[in-house]
Design a protein around this ligand. Sequence first.
Ligand code: CO
Length: 132
Amino acid sequence: MALNVHHVGIAVTDLDASIESYRSLLGATVEHRETVEDQGVEAASLQVGTSRIELLCPLGPDTPVGKFLAKRGPGLHHVAFEVADLPAELERLRADGVQLIDETPRRGLFGHQVAFVHPEATGGVLAEFVAR
Ligand code: CO
């Protein structure tokens, strides 16, 4: 079972401008910032009170987030749920017939173990599971 919402992922076209607008709008502070070449993304994790927003800026148009932006434009990309035991959670979802994008945990941004669940299983919103 999910323990809480770990973060909300938002696709952006300009990371610096987005950080600045979340900072001035919400008082958000940058927790981490990282370029992950093999995922084609520069990302920033922002702390908003006890909650977290993950801003995702593509390194090029031919990346997953680049394709998302071309199709949908900037905005909500995924919701991430924190779980205590990610392999057990994936096993439970698989047993329930839920369509997974990642069959096994992989390294996500900022060193987290993550797995994505297909949006068809979650009402059209891409869901990420993050190990505590
Ligand atoms: Co995420």
